[in-house]
Design a protein around this ligand. Sequence first.
Ligand SMILES: [Zn+2]
Length: 118
Amino acid sequence: MRRFILYLVRWQLSTPILWLVVRKMGTGIWSTVIANLIGGAIFFWVDKFIFTSKAVEVWHIKEGKCDQCGRVSHLWRLIKTAGYDKSGSNPVFLCMECSKRKTDELRAKGIPVRGKSR
Ligand SMILES: [Zn+2]
């Protein structure tokens, strides 16, 4: 959710660039192209920050059976954090205990997991 808000803010940031360029050069297709080039050059770095930042940690939460020990409980799945991206992998949901063990392993590997923020 936090990432989504960041992303919306980031889109708003491209508004003044578009506006400035279009105001200086008119509303032709080329001024829009140039505005988007400028925006792209800036937002490549902004997006990189948003999607790799430690501030953004993505978890999925559901009820069900732990994929590791089989216990039925609240399950968590860490999808993304700095230096860790499992968004394309097979989802593995873990109970609180297994999840804690897993995040401890990740931390030992130097991946900064803060844990479930709720
Ligand atoms: Zn478990």
